[in-house]
Design a protein around this ligand. Structure first.
Ligand SMILES: Cc1ncc(COP(=O)(O)O)c(C=O)c1O
Length: 447
């Protein structure tokens, strides 16, 4: 069955949801997935997914970003399979890890050295440790609404009263060294530096915010941030876990023309395989090499990881997908906006073609320019979260928080299918809304 047929098969995931709920807390293995519908996928290929009930989806979640080349990329998977047939972890060095890091450094262009790890979360910890060791300071500036992993030292919820721990069981004092400021606000940033002279070890940021909205830096913001860090002896850390290899081969640093001191990569770095990297200036990274700063991990630069990075770098260099991602994402943004107008639905789409955000304006609200976490909150994010389930029922797989990621594998067929399915999803949503409004009137009529 194809998703172009209006009715999709729904057999309850062959009982998997009940089995999962019995053995996995919340039925999932990552809390990020708690909010999504419990869909069980059987396979992914290129830009599409198939669930265990046989329904097909165009995928704009891409595993939260890693499947930038599309699912199951044949060249990357063949390279990993061939490499691991000769062993997977040696607890020692191998040629592939050198090759992988050489290619990674050549891609990003500005960094001297890098280390490979497994997750973005741990690479962030390594970067903060390097910055604190190099500066002898503790404080870190971060930005409201940004995400740097799930560990105690970085996880925050950002409400109107400022940041607070993002989880029960998280000691609040672990966040005591953070100074949180709005993204895209150079004046607020300057104030933080002036209020804490000689105290700030690092500024860490998603150079384009993709965990709240899809908010590109405003002209001059990253440049001013760079100046302030240099003037204050502060280490500038770009968390490029989402933007790396996605916004350009050299990530956000290349796309926006501003060079950090350290950067963290993950997701699109390895064609879907679980690898992260920390890259940066020699004098910072060398602190690992001398043993002064500890960075360890049994699975760091496993044969699988190194092969996946090396091969992904080859694919991105040999057939750069950036023009086609730009074209697909741009056409999709235009098409979605057009559908919003046609249906009289207050759709808000912002961001860049490679990563954009879809939501709704609140009833009667004017067009909103989203520049930071606070302006994002003016949108009706809950309505979109509900609508994302309608999209899933119509064969479009997206995150409930509004982000859409385009991949190298999305083409004309996906564009046409997506716009057609989105059109039907909006119509179905409107019909559901009308039915819901009608029901109380009917009840009143009966009483
Ligand atoms: C910007 C950013 N940093 C860090 C992380 C953590 O990476 P991981 O989930 O690989 O631990 C994420 C995950 O989504 C992220 O988006």
């Amino acid at each position: 069955m194809t998703a172009d047929q209006a009715v999709r098969r729904d057999t309850g995931d062959a009982g998997l949801a009940a089995r999962a709920a019995a053995v996995l807390p919340g039925g999932v293995n990552s809390n990020v997935r708690l909010a999504a519908s419990r869909t069980f996928f059987e396979r992914g290929s290129g830009p599409r997914l198939w669930d265990v009930d046989g329904n097909e989806y165009v995928d704009y979640l891409l595993g939260q970003g890693p499947a930038f080349l599309g699912h199951a990329h044949p060249q990357v998977n063949a390279a990993v399979t061939a490499a691991v047939s000769r062993g997977m972890v040696f607890g020692a060095q191998h040629a592939l890890e050198v090759e992988a890091v050489e290619k990674l450094l050549a891609a990003i262009g500005w960094a001297d050295m890098a280390r490979l790890g497994v997750s973005g979360t741990e690479a962030v910890q390594a970067a903060l440790r390097l910055a604190r060791a190099a500066t002898g300071r503790r404080r870190v500036i971060g930005f409201a609404g940004q995400y740097h992993g799930w560990l105690d030292t970085v996880l925050m919820a950002h409400g109107p009263d400022g940041p607070r721990p993002g989880s029960a069981g998280q000691p609040p004092e672990y966040l005591a060294d953070w100074l949180i400021t709005p993204f895209n606000d150079s004046v607020a940033l300057e104030r933080q530096f002036s209020a804490h002279p000689g105290e700030i070890a690092a500024v860490i940021l998603e150079p384009m915010m993709c965990n709240s909205g899809a908010i590109a830096p405003q002209p001059g913001f990253l440049e001013r941030l760079r100046e302030l860090c240099t003037a204050n002896g502060t280490v500038l850390i770009f968390d490029e876990v989402v933007t790396g290899f996605r916004l350009a081969f050299g990530g956000a640093a290349q796309r926006f023309g501003v060079t950090p001191d350290l950067a963290i990569y993950g997701k699109a770095l390895a064609g879907g395989w679980p690898v992260a990297a920390i890259a940066g200036r020699r004098e910072l990274l060398e602190q690992f090499g001398t043993g002064r700063v500890n960075h360890s991990g049994t699975f760091n630069a496993s044969v699988m990881a190194a092969a996946a990075v090396s091969s992904t770098m080859d694919v991105l260099r040999q057939a750069p997908p950036y023009a086609s991602v730009e074209e697909h994402g741009g056409a999709l943004i235009d098409g979605l906006r057009e559908l919003g107008h046609r249906h009289g639905v207050p759709l808000n789409v912002h961001g860049l073609p490679a990563a954009f955000h879809v939501s709704f304006r609140r009833d009667g609200a004017a067009e909103t320019t989203v520049v930071d976490h606070a302006t994002l909150q003016s949108l009706d994010l809950d309505r979109y979260a509900r609508f994302s389930r309608t999209l899933a029922r119509h064969g479009i797989w997206v995150a409930g928080r509004g982000i859409w990621y385009c991949s190298a594998a999305h083409g004309q067929a996906e564009l046409a299918d997506t716009l057609e399915r989105f059109d039907r999803a909006i119509a179905a949503d409107a019909a559901d809304g009308a039915r819901a409004a009608e029901a109380p009137r009917q009840r009143e009529g009966q009483s």
